[in-house]
Design a protein around this ligand. Structure first.
Ligand code: NAD
Length: 510
């Protein structure tokens, strides 16, 4: 394990990146404030003004006024705005990635990957702007046409988590804009600078495209700001990404006003490793999924269900890989594991490891604090590999830190039962060369997740597919495929082009 020291002045680096992007940083006044902080050092970087409930109200009202114009702009023209956003993201890829590293702690390659994902979703949304369409169905009545049309929905309220501080916003925003919807964004209170930068790029794209200025509004703040957004009657869709706890609070509030919501919540993702698996490939896939982003992805692999005949071999290989993981400054060449977001995360990780031991588990490797001398306020840990005798209550919870619990199975039925025996249903995978096993895992009687992979890990989804999960993960779908439908309203139309008025179902009303 290696560490590097952190010597840069992060506030100056962040401000320089913001300046290159063209973002102006608001100064805190007498009202509520928010601190931009970096997990690289644990230091506060800047003090920023937070929105009040009244600010949220005026942002939503302004976005709603923009909606009344934007909804009638042809979708392919709306796509032009998103195309411009994609160009600006391409121009400032390195700047935005640098801010993601500073505020979320991602290694440079993963931060660049996050911005690439934003560019990719812009491409997808531009194509979508010429493809949004409904179906025509045969009418039972002669001289009638039965069809559906899709219309813009209204203001989309986006609430996002710290671990994908920009990409989740772009999945929602690129698609919402081509669908004819403005966005009001409440980002994580832990990543305000990334959101200021992202919003500045969109503001520039809006100005360059002569689109309504209030198509996008940023409201910085914590939970109270999110709650005000969620409850606003002009927010037609609340798209909220975060913990299961947050989803359990947001869902009922939106439901109480019969609003629409799309929830992307916590995961507790697992892989099954079958006896025929290519273990070299499996170990590489497992390590990336379990320790990438320091175990702080919603799709992080947290459980490994290994056939009992190969478990010792798999654990030995993983332990060797874990011992060689470079932990430290995520900007340094070669680092694979950056910091945890804060000390509370480390405390939850420690408590989980203690509970695992109480439940009969053994920590094979990791779980220690890694000291980085120049960053005493930061939290660096070595990812933990833990063997568990069974799937205890602890293992069924998402601990948002790099802990991989290893359990064993004898039959595929047993593996699937363990796999599905948790409240969450986001991502899953099986490593096998047996096609029957792979197909079984993919089938209705296999994994119960929204993402089901074969011979790759649980994380690192592409934007072309719909992204999201079942059960307590919330059931929402974002990004590709037909996820755009959540951002529009459907109208069913029956058009009579005959001289008669036949009624459906043969009803006679004469
Ligand atoms: P979090 O739930 O603490 O916060 C997420 C966002 O919700 C923040 O902006 C926060 O201010 C806001 N929020 C919290 N309570 C709220 C409330 N009552 N009303 C309105 N807004 C509220 O999550 P986090 O720690 O930032 O992120 C980690 C969690 O997010 C993990 O559980 C992870 O699995 C999940 N996540 C899920 C996905 C997905 O697509 N399924 C993607 C990324 C992260």
């Amino acid at each position: 394990m290696t560490t590097t020291s952190i010597t840069h002045d992060l506030a100056a680096t962040a401000l320089a990146a913001l300046e290159r992007i063209g973002a102006s940083v608001p100064t805190a006044g007498d009202g509520p404030t928010l601190h931009a902080r970096s997990p690289l050092t644990g230091q506060n970087l800047l003090e920023l003004p937070a929105a009040s409930v009244a600010d949220v109200d005026s942002a939503v009202r302004a976005a709603h006024r923009a909606f009344l114009t934007w909804r009638s702009v042809p979708a392919p023209v709306r796509g032009g705005l998103v195309k411009r956003l994609g160009q600006l993201l391409t121009d400032h890829k390195a700047d935005l990635a640098e801010l993601i590293t500073i505020e979320a702690g991602k290694i440079t390659s993963e931060a660049l990957g996050e911005v690439q994902e934003m560019i990719d979703i812009c491409d997808l949304a531009v194509g979508l702007s010429r493809q949004i369409g409904g179906r025509t169905m045969p009418s039972e009545r002669p001289g009638h046409r039965l069809m559906e049309t899709w219309h813009p929905l209204g203001v989309v309220g986006v609430i996002s988590a710290f671990n994908f501080p920009a990409a989740v916003w772009s999945w929602n925003t690129a698609v919402a804009l081509v669908c004819g919807d403005p966005v009001v964004w409440k980002p994580s209170e832990m990543t305000p600078l990334v959101s200021i930068a992202s919003a500045a790029l969109l503001d520039r794209a809006i100005a360059d495209s002569d689109a309504p200025r209030d198509l996008h509004r940023l409201v910085l703040g914590a939970r109270d700001v999110g709650e005000a957004l969620v409850q606003h009657r002009h927010v037609a869709l609340v798209s909220a990404t975060g913990s299961e706890r947050m989803g359990a609070q947001v869902g009922p509030l939106v439901a109480a006003r019969n609003g629409r919501y799309l929830l992307e919540l916590g995961g507790n993702n697992a892989a099954v490793v079958a006896p025929t698996a290519d273990l070299d490939l499996a170990v590489r896939g497992i390590v990336f999924a379990a320790v990438g982003t320091a175990g702080q992805r919603c799709t992080t692999m947290r459980r490994l269900i290994v056939h009992e005949d190969i478990v010792d071999d798999v654990v030995a290989r993983l332990a060797t890989a874990y011992r060689g993981l470079p932990v430290g400054d995520p900007r340094a060449e070669g680092t694979l594991v950056g910091p945890l977001i804060n000390a509370a995360s480390r405390d939850r990780m420690r408590a989980a490891l203690e509970r695992a031991v109480d439940d009969g588990g053994t920590v094979v490797v990791g779980g220690e604090t890694v000291e980085v001398p120049a960053a005493p306020g930061a939290v660096y840990v070595s990812p933990a590999l833990v063997r568990m005798p069974h799937q205890s209550a602890l293992v069924t919870e998402e601990t948002f830190a790099p802990i991989l619990y290893v359990m064993t199975y004898r039959t595929l039925d047993e593996a699937i039962e363990i796999h599905n025996g948790v409240p969450q249903g986001l991502s899953s995978s099986i490593f096998t060369r047996d096609q029957r096993e792979a197909e079984r895992f993919l089938s209705e009687a296999g994994s119960d997740c929204g993402i089901v992979n074969v011979n790759i890990g649980t994380s690192g989804a592409e934007i072309g597919g719909a992204f999201g999960g079942e059960k307590s993960t919330g059931g929402g779908r974002e990004s590709g495929s037909d996820a755009w439908r959540a951002y529009m309203r459907r109208a069913t139309n029956t058009v009579n082009y005959s001289d008669e008025l036949p009624l459906a179902q043969g009803v006679n009303f004469a």
